[in-house]
Ligand binder design. Structure first.
Ligand code: HSE
Length: 400
């Protein structure tokens, strides 16, 4: 019998308790032992809830209990999650978490501490929700040299962009709908401004390179500025707009960013719609591999957390090695990165037509006072030099 404590009884925490009850037989078979939730930690009370009798309000009860082998951190936020997790590892307890903020900020340090203490710090649910992506990178695809990961890593923005594409509405209307359905928070910034996706691609990049990438060092562009007009042009061009987290390594030059991109049906992520996530890995032997599924949500995310509990139950006092040092990833200058660009501009401004090498020029009857171009591939440095002060430019979106 392995006893666990769940820190936080919100959406994911209650999902973890539910999964351990509803799939008890499968969990026991795969863990090789029963898994029992001995405590749930939360500041709130839950009268009448099945966890009422195991609810505690102080962490000390949990950390001081020698019967607790695994701590499941699903509180979210970095503090006090970091302090709780650190103390648990220091005291020889295994930890698993769905908390991408914690993993993005402290991953290498907590992985190292777990190794020193011969326990585990696992975080499958921190990227891609229920999609297995961390374990495949760390433990399955261990032979390939990966040179690119590109992902739709945020379900909320994917829902908003899909809705704008399907229904022709504005960003604001789609956001309101996402909030009504509970996908987007009242303050939607972490999702729509790209920070959530940035933390996730920073974690994946860190694991891909075995080094640490601070998400704040990335170029991060969200989707607030994407308009109905941008989407109409994208449709006309046979493309969709998707918020992509990208990291790639070309001859030792590493580039990582989060930004909306126009992508066509030739791109494997084109069909990843609604709240779904998709992640494409490119390796030198395996070629392209695609992971697709529920990137968020109570039960999918809880299922990933419980997969970590099972792994830890089988390795209670044996560290499963994770190569993730705190040495910083050295990023190439952004100006050296290459892309095609979609540019919408005032109809009476000829500069864009004349200054850029153009692949396509588009005018749409619904937008008589403007035109748009898709440039050929160029470096960001060239692009910014040519675009100048952007006075007549209405919109810029990268094109894949
Ligand atoms: N806000 C996140 C999303 C939740 O929309 O993808 C899962 O990390």
């Amino acid at each position: 019998m392995v006893k666990v404590a769940v820190l936080g009884y919100g959406t994911i925490g209650s999902g973890v308790v539910e999964v351990l009850v509803t799939n008890k037989e499968t969990v026991t078979r795969n863990a090789g032992t029963d898994v029992e939730v001995k405590y749930v930690l939360d500041l709130r009370d839950f009268p009448g809830d099945p966890v009422e009798s195991i609810l505690v309000h102080d962490y000390q009860t949990i950390i001081d209990d020698p019967e607790i082998d695994i701590i499941v951190e699903v509180m979210g936020g970095t503090h006090p999650a970091y302090e709780y997790v650190k103390e648990a590892l220091e005291r020889g307890k295994n930890v698993c978490t769905s908390n991408k903020a914690l993993v993005a900020d402290y991953g290498p340090e907590l992985v190292k501490l777990a190794k020193e203490k011969s326990v585990n710090f696992l975080f499958e649910a921190s990227v891609g929700g229920g999609i297995p992506i961390i374990r495949p990178i760390l433990r399955s695809l261990t032979v390939d040299t990966f040179y690119e990961i590109t992902g739709i890593l945020n379900g909320t923005t994917n829902y908003i962009l899909t809705k704008m594409y399907d229904e022709g509405g504005s960003f604001e209307d789609a956001l309101k709908e996402a909030q009504k359905l509970g996908y987007a928070e009242a303050d939607p910034s972490a999702d729509v401004d790209g920070f959530d996706a940035a933390r996730k691609i920073a974690i994946l990049s860190g694991l891909m390179y075995g080094k640490n990438l601070n998400f704040e060092d990335l170029s991060i562009e969200g989707i607030r500025h994407i308009t109905k007009a941008d989407m109409d042009y994208a449709k006309f061009l046979g493309k969709k707009i998707k918020l992509l987290g990208i990291t790639y390594n070309i001859a030792g030059e590493i580039y990582t960013e989060v930004a909306p991109h126009m992508i066509g049906p030739d791109n494997k992520l084109y069909l990843v719609d609604d709240v779904k996530n998709g992640i494409e890995l490119k390796g030198n032997l395996l070629g392209d591999t695609m992971f697709y599924g529920a990137g968020a949500g109570k039960l999918p995310t809880a299922s990933a957390v419980v997969s970590d509990i099972i792994d830890e139950a089988k390795h209670l006092h044996t560290n499963i090695p994770i190569i993730w040092s705190d040495e910083p990833v050295k990023l190439a200058e952004r100006g050296r990165h290459r892309s095609k660009f979609f540019i919408r501009v005032d109809r009476d401004c000829d500069d864009i037509k004349n200054q850029f090498e153009i692949e396509q020029l588009v005018t749409l009857p619904d937008y008589p006072d403007e035109y748009a171009v898709v440039t050929t591939e160029m470096t960001f440095a060239d692009f910014y030099e040519k675009i100048g002060d952007k006075e007549h430019v209405r919109s810029i979106v990268q094109v894949k």
